[in-house]
Design a protein around this ligand. Structure first.
Ligand code: ADP
Length: 588
């Protein structure tokens, strides 16, 4: 703490005052500091810009521009807004003191000055300023550390999830192994959720979260959320009711990704903390006093009949890592969801509210600009292709991590691509003397020659400059994405790489047409077998269903297509659809 005085000694103080007597006096009182002087508001603003003082003492009454206006201008400029301003005012003038605070001042000193008081106030604010800077530096270091850690954790997790995803659909696995793989996959996904939450929280705290406005189809966006929630509610045996008001707009503009994150958090909490009864998701257009045709004022509300939240906990649940209630339920979450959701709602310029009496109700209102011409996205069947039409396609995978390369390679070889691998940029340039890729999947962080340098190099080479390059990185800050695009990559995929995302990118950039499994004739089981299966489906007995269809497959291989259709539905817990399908099959 002692070294504070040395640091304070070096502090620069800017005094903005037009009165020579005042200036002379303050200079004597503050002789221990480096003093800069400006005799008008305009001059003071310029000096504050160039010298970046640690503190500004500002007179209220000055000709041309008074102290309040000077302060407002200092505070509205990014380069000077953090410098604390102390007003110098006349003792009795309360009005001026209040105006000073309103203009952004942190304190005031009254005239006539008392040397010790002046010194004490100046010292206090310099110390505060120093503490603030130290906290900011520490916070920055923390968020940097968390971002790097998340990168380090995501890379191996990428390989784990990638492989379990591959194995999950592997029919040659024994049932026991399949279940174990499933556990590994779910645990990996949980870990990814925690890493993502921590990263989100650190990004928000460091003021680094970027809201990205896009045009989207609101009813379709809500439908997807509802479908996901319905499955979860169904599994818990509670009802899920969706109540959209009929006057909702179709096309809106907003941060779709973060809005989804907030709503999914509120919906999954409501389902998680409700054992009986229902969860109601209400979305309505609010009628505002000032109606505009440009904006929609929308209220998103999630109500449940669950365990509720005690009044003394209502504020605390928004704090990071704060969880109340049963241990068992706490384990299913990170305690960060509401903290993140509330901060995101704040960033969107609104407030997240909660009320809890019998159950809980969470809601928030958003002003979303309306947009026209947004059509409903075509829903793609979640079917995996087995190959693509047309000639051969070469893909070069550049990644220093062997597991990551192997994972991408296994996947792409299976679809019929020609693959070459390289361990860094330099190695890739060598490979490209005999392997001509149409597309490159490029890791960014690598030894010797990293992804950025590599892509810059090939963009300068006339014979290589047109190759499509997709960056793949676990560094998920928007900045990394932008840097990779600026360096010359056409696109960016975040790790862990999801099959479907990768396929979409390949399709877009290579103009591919996928081939799905060859058409088969649909053969149905006997009525008796269908009834037995139906009985299992009606009680949502997932393992029973799978055992039964496996037996069926052994008994009659021609039932392959029927069985895979049942699997498609049961994997997604779409029991209603499955019942419909079995009943339909019975009529054939
Ligand atoms: P978690 O990951 O534990 O769900 P959140 O930040 O989303 O973390 O929620 C914090 C805590 O707030 C929860 O652990 C729970 O105690 C309480 N909570 C949140 N939503 C509800 C709800 N709908 N009903 C009852 N309690 C809730």
């Amino acid at each position: 703490m002692n070294n504070n005085s040395t640091v304070l000694y070096e502090s620069i103080i800017l005094i903005i005052d037009d009165e020579p007597t005042n200036l002379a006096l303050i200079k004597i009182y503050l002789k221990a500091y480096k003093i800069l002087i400006a005799r008008s508001g305009e001059e003071g603003i310029k000096l504050a810009h160039s010298a970046q003082p640690h503190l500004i003492l500002l007179d209220v009454i000055m000709p041309d521009m008074d102290g309040f206006e000077t302060c407002r201008r200092l505070k509205s400029d990014e380069q000077t807004q953090e410098i604390p301003v102390l007003f110098m005012t006349v003792l009795s003038d309360i009005e001026d003191k209040l105006k000073g605070f309103a203009a952004g001042g942190v304190d005031y000193i009254t005239k006539p000055f008392h040397d010790k008081e002046l010194l004490a106030r100046v010292q206090t604010h310099l110390k505060l300023q120093q503490a603030l800077q130290a906290a900011e530096t520490a916070n920055h270091a923390k968020s940097q550390f968390l971002a790097n850690m998340s990168h380090e954790l995501r890379t191996p997790l990428n390989a784990i999830l990638g492989y379990t995803q591959l194995f999950k659909d592997d029919k040659s696995l024994m049932e026991k192994q399949g279940k174990q793989i499933d556990i590994i996959h779910r645990s990996g996904e949980h870990l990814l959720m925690i890493i993502n939450d921590i990263l989100d929280m650190s990004k928000i705290e460091a003021g680094k979260i970027e809201l990205e406005s896009v045009d989207f189809h609101l009813p379709d966006f809500l439908k997807t959320l509802v479908e996901m929630s319905q499955i979860k509610a169904q599994l818990k045996g509670i009802s899920f009711i969706y109540e959209p008001m009929p006057d909702l707009p179709t096309g809106v503009q907003g941060d779709e990704k973060h809005l989804r994150q907030i709503l999914l958090n509120l919906l999954s909490n409501a389902i998680k903390f409700t054992e009986q009864g229902q969860v109601i998701f209400k979305v309505q257009s609010l009628k505002m006093k000032e109606q505009t045709t440009k904006y929609s004022h929308i209220r998103f509300q999630v109500e449940d009949t669950g365990i509720g939240i005690p009044p003394e906990q209502l504020e605390k649940i928004f704090l990071p890592f704060h969880q109340v209630g049963e241990q068992r339920l706490q384990r299913q979450g990170t305690g960060l969801g509401l903290a993140i959701s509330r901060q995101l709602v704040h960033l969107m310029g609104s407030e997240l509210y909660v009320e809890s009496t019998m159950g809980s109700t969470f809601w928030f209102d958003l002003d979303l600009p309306k947009v026209s011409g947004i059509s409903e996205p075509v829903t793609k069947e979640q079917q995996m292709p087995v190959g693509f039409r047309g000639g051969k396609r070469n893909i070069l995978i550049i990644d220093d991590n062997m597991e990551n390369r192997l994972f991408l390679k296994t996947m792409l070889l299976g679809l019929g691509f020609e693959i070459a691998e390289a361990v860094n940029g330099r190695d890739a340039l060598i490979q490209m003397t005999h392997f001509q890729p149409q597309l490159i999947l490029l890791d960014l962080v690598m030894p010797e020659m990293d992804g950025f340098e590599f892509v810059r190099k090939i963009r300068q080479n006339p014979s290589l400059k047109d190759i499509i390059v997709i960056a793949i990185s676990a560094k998920v800050f928007q900045q990394t994405k932008q840097e990779s695009l600026a360096a010359g990559c056409q696109d960016f995929i975040a790790k862990p790489v999801q099959f479907a995302t990768l396929l979409e990118h390949l399709q877009t950039h290579l103009g591919l047409e996928w081939i799905y499994t060859q058409a088969q004739n649909l053969v149905f089981p006997t009525r008796e077998k269908l009834e037995e299966l139906l009985a299992l489906v009606e009680i949502h007995h997932i393992t029973g269903i799978h055992q039964y269809i496996n037996q069926m497959k052994e008994f009659d291989p021609k039932l392959g297509l029927f069985i895979s259709t049942v699997e498609q539905f049961s994997k997604k817990y779409q029991f209603e659809k499955l019942i419909e399908f079995i009943q339909y099959s019975g009529e054939k």
